[in-house]
Design a protein around this ligand. Structure first.
Ligand SMILES: [Zn+2]
Length: 86
């Protein structure tokens, strides 16, 4: 986006529903790649996205997150996936 003239301080980000850290079970190799957001075999994707955005100078108050207790695409999958009958 910066290549097209956007300034990080003017960028607004919305993190959409996704799998929460309680549901996102990952393997041991994740520990090495995501040391800040890997804990006991689980990955906190939202925190990892936040960390990377802030590292790119996106202002934290310009990042809109989601309540993953209510909108996790795994444990609230009835909100996000529809299985057609038959
Ligand atoms: Zn979940």
């Amino acid at each position: 986006m910066e290549m097209f003239g956007a300034k990080p301080e003017n960028i607004v980000v919305v993190i959409a529903p996704h799998i929460c850290d309680k549901c996102y079970r990952v393997g041991e190799p994740f520990r090495e790649y995501f040391p800040d957001n890997y804990r006991d075999g689980n990955m906190n994707l939202q925190n990892e996205i936040m960390r990377r955005l802030i590292a790119q100078k996106i202002i934290e108050r310009n990042i809109d997150t989601i309540d993953l207790n209510r909108f996790c695409t795994c444990h609230n999958n009835d909100l996000f996936f529809f299985l057609s009958p038959g």
